[in-house]
Write a new protein. Structure first.
Length: 90
């Protein structure tokens, strides 16, 4: 230490909104949230505790989604099909 003060480099901290999710994982959207807002990258807030969204393919109302695309609600059966489609072909 010879009197040279160098600034410390910023620590790499990932915020929730900047994390890239790789792979597939079934999750339920948080309480007091509705549909996913693609522009803002967050859930739209609602006054209802557990809002169920209508899945357009099988017409099932559900709260589950895949981490690869939170904008699309997936019921249990459709999530399984989605996961199978994404697996590499052997």
């Amino acid at each position: 230490k010879i009197g040279i003060n160098l600034p410390r480099p910023p620590s790499p901290v990932a915020t929730r909104s900047k994390r890239k999710v790789v792979g597939h994982e079934k999750r339920k959207h948080p309480i007091h949230t509705g549909a996913w807002d693609n522009v803002k990258g967050t859930w739209k807030t609602t006054k209802t505790d557990y809002t169920k969204l209508l899945f357009s393919v099988c017409k099932t109302k559900c709260r589950t989604y895949c981490t690869c695309n939170p904008a699309v609600p997936l019921c249990e059966r459709c999530y399984y099909d989605h996961e199978e489609e994404q697996k590499p072909q052997s």
